[in-house]
Design a protein around this ligand. Structure first.
Ligand SMILES: NC(=O)c1ccc[n+]([C@@H]2O[C@H](COP(=O)([O-])OP(=O)(O)OC[C@H]3O[C@@H](n4cnc5c(N)ncnc54)[C@H](O)[C@@H]3O)[C@@H](O)[C@H]2O)c1
Length: 452
């Protein structure tokens, strides 16, 4: 099998499916990325993946290529894992990479094969991919298309690919269903040896495409729901962390993804809920998803809240153009959109760092894994190599990604380094009582001022 697009999704899949015993080629148009992977280096941070890459390169089951002809010749099942970012001119998804990958591959096919979309796409894309295939591959080959959306989470990606909590496939024929059964046999067998079962949902194209965006819409809504409660708590003097704990005990609600904080970001949730709205609008069902606009706005307002808190704590004014922070030294701890990843796409932490910098603050950013990507995305703040370097001399410390290194940091020791003991816990991930005991002025999200 082959995986076209070796980013966070495709590289993880290529490596893990080789680990499961399949013969795999990972393909990308990015030659530098392919050279790294072929040389045994994962071009991004994902725990456990480096080791699996080297092991499977050595086994001979895994190789990498930038040659469509080689990939077309090699594979019976081709997974499309390319990016589907937000369009530059609107909220919809940019499908140009899907188009390029499918047409590039289809042109070189010489026998029947199955092309399986894994990228997150607007409903209707699988049908359009069929048309692309019909245009570019000889019709007598009978090349077919299927869609199998992906639910892996960065930071747990290896585990999520080897041990998915479900497999969803949208197919049009029994042949395609059987090919996908065979392609997932390794995952199902592994589950059986561990006394687990992987639920499989076999459905039509439209449903398979919608499952993914519906799941992301639900998760984004859950996060924004609790962040909306945080806003109300801020106005009313409540504590959202206790509120979340108390409502989360109800199993119908559950406590996962119910942490108030700086909100969601990354390469998926923000662009997926926007693309979903744009597509629903095109289909005449825009009204049904209007709430996702609010979900997005609540999420964006959390970023402004941190900037406002920063101005408050530093006794600075907040005018129509935002806060005035000239001369203030601010340590930003965290650049990635979540811990255990180096991904800074649409990162709330980096967005806040950028706003603080624009407001005149001298911003010093530290992140355990994300600094290289962050520097490319936001060159005009200062990056430090350690947490201590970022914090030294700071008037304010903002913890904006909940890395373990920050959660377990010693507030007394950090207090010795700063100019002013002020901390904003943008993820409600610190032991507030400890920080307050160590002399810090502590502000969390959706919590009364300075309270543990
Ligand atoms: N990252 C995740 O956690 C995750 C989870 C589920 C679904 N997804 C979805 O998977 C898709 C890929 O996401 P990602 O995070 O891996 O993106 P990414 O940007 O890390 O990787 C995309 C890769 O596609 C490559 N590419 C572009 N054009 C190509 C072409 N014509 N042929 C082959 N490769 C090409 C790029 O060079 C890049 O390496 C998106 O649709 C995303 O929404 C991502």
């Amino acid at each position: 099998m082959t995986f076209l697009g070796t980013g966070y999704l495709g590289a993880t899949y290529a490596i893990c499916f080789a680990e499961l015993g399949y013969e795999v080629i990972g393909f990308d148009v990015d030659e530098a990325k392919i050279a790294k992977l072929a040389g045994g280096e994962v071009p991004f941070h994902e725990a456990g993946l480096d080791e699996l890459l080297r092991k499977n390169l050595a086994s001979g089951r895994l190789r990498f290529s930038t040659d469509y002809a080689e990939v077309a010749e090699f594979g019976d099942v081709h997974f499309i894992c390319v990016g589907t970012p937000q369009r530059a001119d609107g909220m919809g998804a940019d499908l140009r990479y899907v188009e390029a990958a499918v047409s590039g591959l289809a042109r070189h096919l010489t026998r029947k094969a199955l092309i399986v979309g894994k990228s997150t796409v607007p409903v209707g894309t699988a049908e359009w991919v069929e048309q692309l295939v019909a245009k570019h591959a000889p019709s007598e080959l009978g090349v077919e298309v299927a869609w199998s959306p992906e639910f892996l989470q960065e930071g747990h990606a290896v585990e999520d690919v080897l041990r998915p909590n479900r497999i969803v496939v949208g197919v049009r024929s029994e042949w395609a269903a059987a090919m996908l059964d065979a392609a997932h046999e390794g995952v199902v067998t592994l589950a059986a040896t561990e006394d687990r079962e992987v639920p499989v949902v076999v459905t039509d194209f439209a449903t398979a495409e919608l499952v993914k965006v519906a799941a992301n819409a639900f998760l984004a809504t859950k996060i924004s729901f609790i962040n909306a409660m945080a806003e109300v708590c801020e106005a009313a003097g409540g504590d959202v962390t206790n509120l979340a704990r108390a409502i989360g005990y109800d199993p119908r609600i559950g406590n996962r993804f119910l942490r108030a904080g700086l909100g969601f970001g990354g390469g998926c949730l923000p662009k997926d809920i926007r693309a979903f709205q744009a597509r629903a609008q095109e289909l005449g069902a825009g009204e049904a998803l209007r709430f996702l606009h609010e979900v997005d706005l609540i999420n964006q307002r959390r970023r402004s809240r941190v900037v406002r808190l920063a101005a408050d704590m530093l006794d600075r004014g907040y005018g129509p153009a935002g806060p005035e922070l000239a001369g203030a030294r601010v340590a930003v701890l965290g650049a990635t959109f979540k811990p255990d990843s180096d991904d800074v796409r649409d990162s709330p932490a980096l967005a806040v760092a950028a706003t603080l910098g624009k407001a005149g603050a001298d911003v010093r950013v530290y992140d355990p894994q994300g600094i290289d990507n962050a520097r490319r995305a936001l060159p005009d703040v200062t990056y430090e190599a350690t947490m201590a370097d970022a914090v030294r001399g700071a008037d304010l410390v903002c913890v904006l990604t909940e890395w373990a290194e920050f959660r377990t940091a010693d507030p007394a020791a950090l207090g010795e380094l700063v100019s002013g003991r002020r901390v904003i816990d943008g993820r409600n991930c610190l032991e507030a009582a400890e920080w307050i005991r160590a002399g810090w002025q502590y502000r969390g999200m959706g919590r009364p001022d300075g309270e543990a």
